[in-house]
Design a protein around this ligand. Structure first.
Ligand code: SER
Length: 611
């Protein structure tokens, strides 16, 4: 049985129990407050909150999926037995209640046991679980404890933990969350630390591997960090496909399963080291390569901000590990092809992308390589200077960062490997002092991996692109929805645009797609953006859109976005700018959220990928 079989059996199991399969959503998070999709429930957040009607949209309360996920905060753990950047998550949901009742803790636990023990034939004796022991205002999960006992898992195979281990969510700052019960599989003594205290969540070893997280979402976390009851109860579960595959295939880790191993064998051919001699580095490089394949397939390109920053970081990291493994040039080709072919069967967006992926990797690596070797030498020199104290001052870290383009995470990693620590606080002070560099976004957004860094120049460029994208969006809204659509407000941040407008009807998913497609088409057509300065009156006469008439000065700038060859005008607005010169550089436009913010007012949040 391989991972594909596991997915099919999982789908079949839940379909037979009335669940509807929903496709994986994009790796780019549906809500701009986080970068990536990190859990299967993310696309269902509004249904779990009870804001959207699950019956209306899916005709059932029971859903099942296999979701592409990316977790940047696990990046330092990658290469061990449990962590990956990209991974897939199997999940089943029971959302809200109806008159026929719905399954909650009892049903979710029963299904989990039936699937693992009766269907996959895992040994029930090797299963251990954890439950929420209660913390602060939130009570202990007595009900789950009893259900496990009723189902033949008894103490001491049930352990209790607090918020940090057994409470899940919300995935955004606020939202649905709840206590969870986690299912662990005992892989046997040979994987263990042999300590008496060893068990689920052991801090010394990974003998007990968490395979399934059952979340009982009955709370909503509010902005002030308090919890209220949701108006409905939900089940949200997640199985790490990689971990389950390693157990089913009886392998030490997922890296030895068909998810990775054929790719690792290809990489090995280009090294003078064997997998067994440098396991961790082989694993990291395979993990990152797979993640890069998926990120590029979403249209992401290396850059200094947002998703592109993470992609850049992954490529720079493999460039460094390539040196540690003595990999000969060209090593990426076959493993990339392997991932593209293997996953392309399930994710058509990967098909035929291997050449593009390879060229993006090469281009980024070449840019970085020029400084990498010099930088590594310099890093060694600096280490020698601070050999005694084993601490590298922030100023030096900043110098390495600035002169050699080493992401801070990479510097931390280099320091760790050499038993040094770096003065990160000092680094950030230094960073702030250098006025030409600014920090945007929050660390939370990356879950600790990297902070979104951008030089002021870069930031300005991004904001300019969002300005132009806002004009394209505005015009697309008028063309697709109604010519009377009127701007109510606009807010641009380096990570997204927000556009409010007066419109009193519901906007359908089909319309959202059409709007998105039209903007992307106009980006592709590479329209030019022309700036003219003219009297306000004349601007209005020529049909330029103006919404705050009374606020405009007598002379205004008018920005026209038009096709240079045909002369066809797509958008014409009075605006102070700045704007890009050609739409082609905007990247991919993606609407992330459409909401009602007042009786007749709607709000759209959208991002540009690759900006
Ligand atoms: N949301 C939970 C998790 O990601 C269960 O799916 O673990």
């Amino acid at each position: 049985m391989n991972s594909n079989d596991i997915i099919n059996i999982f789908f079949d199991f839940f379909q037979k129990r009335g669940h509807k399969i929903i496709p994986s959503s994009s790796l780019i998070a549906p809500n701009p407050s986080t970068l990536f999709t990190a859990a299967g429930m993310q696309q269902l957040n509004s249904y779990l909150l009870g804001e959207k009607d699950v019956i209306k949209d899916f005709r059932t309360r029971h859903l099942v999926s296999c979701q592409k996920c990316f977790r940047a905060n696990d990046i330092n753990e990658v290469g061990d037995e449990r962590h990956h950047t990209f991974f897939e998550m199997l999940g089943n949901w029971s959302i809200g209640q109806d008159k026929n009742g719905n399954y909650f803790k009892e049903g979710a636990i029963k299904y989990a046991l039936e699937f693992l023990v009766d269907t996959l034939k895992l040994d029930k004796n090797k299963i251990q679980v954890t439950i929420f022991k209660g913390e602060g205002e939130l009570p202990r999960d007595e009900e789950s404890l009893k259900i496990w006992q009723k189902n033949g898992i008894s103490l001491p195979k049930i352990k209790e933990f607090g918020m940090s281990d057994n409470f899940w969510g919300p995935v955004y700052q606020t939202g649905p969350c709840g206590p969870c019960t986690e299912i662990y599989y005992d892989r046997g003594e040979e994987f263990g630390c042999k300590k008496k205290s060893c068990g689920p969540n052991c801090e010394y070893c990974n003998r007990y591997l968490e395979i399934w997280n059952l979340v009982f979402m009955e709370y909503e976390k509010k902005e002030d960090n308090s919890f209220t009851f949701l108006k409905q109860k939900n089940v949200d579960t997640g199985i790490g496909l990689e971990r389950l595959t390693s157990i089913i295939e009886k392998k030490e880790t997922a890296y030895e399963t068909e998810l990775f191993f054929p790719a690792i064998l290809e990489i090995e051919k280009y090294s003078n080291l064997k997998y067994q001699e440098a396991k961790r580095n082989f694993r990291i490089i395979a993990d990152h390569l797979r993640a890069i394949v998926f990120l590029v397939s979403e249209g992401i390109l290396p850059s200094n901000v947002s998703h592109g920053y993470i992609l850049r970081f992954l490529i720079r990291r493999i460039a460094r590990i390539e040196i540690l493994l003595n990999l000969k040039e060209g090593w990426e080709k076959l493993p990339v092809k392997y991932f593209v072919d293997f996953y392309g069967k399930r994710y058509p967006e990967l098909i035929d992308k291997d050449k593009k992926i390879i060229s993006i990797i090469y281009e980024e690596k070449n840019k970085f390589k020029k400084t990498l070797e010099k930088g590594l030498k310099e890093f060694e020199n600096q280490c020698k200077k601070f050999e005694k104290e084993k601490i590298i001052p922030g100023k030096i870290v900043f110098y390495l960062y600035q002169s050699f383009g080493f992401p801070i995470e990479l510097l931390k990693e280099l320091a760790r490997e050499n038993n040094f620590i770096i003065k990160e606080d000092e680094f950030w002070e230094e960073f702030k002092k250098h006025k030409e560099i600014s920090k945007i976004g929050s660390e939370k957004k990356f879950g600790g991996v990297g902070i979104e860094l951008a030089k002021n120049e870069k930031e300005k460029e991004v904001l300019t692109k969002y300005h132009t994208a806002t004009h394209l969006l505005h015009s697309a809204l008028r063309k697709i929805l109604d010519l009377t659509v009127k701007q109510a407000g606009s807010d641009i941040k380096p990570e997204r645009l927000r556009f409010d407008f007066f419109y009193d009807k519901k906007i359908t998913d089909n319309e959202i797609k059409k709007i998105e497609d039209l903007v992307n088409q106009k980006i592709k057509e590479n329209l030019i953006v022309k700036k003219e300065i003219m009297p306000l009156e004349e601007a209005i006469k020529t049909g330029a859109l103006a919404f705050f008439k009374e606020k405009y000065p007598e002379t205004v700038s008018v920005y026209t976005i038009l096709n240079e060859k045909t002369g066809e005008v797509f958008s014409k607005e009075i605006c102070a700018g700045p704007h890009v010169k050609e739409t082609g550089i905007l990247g991919i436009f993606k609407i992330q959220k459409v909401e009602s913010i007042g009786k007749n007012t709607k709000r759209i949040k959208a991002i540009l990928i690759n900006n």
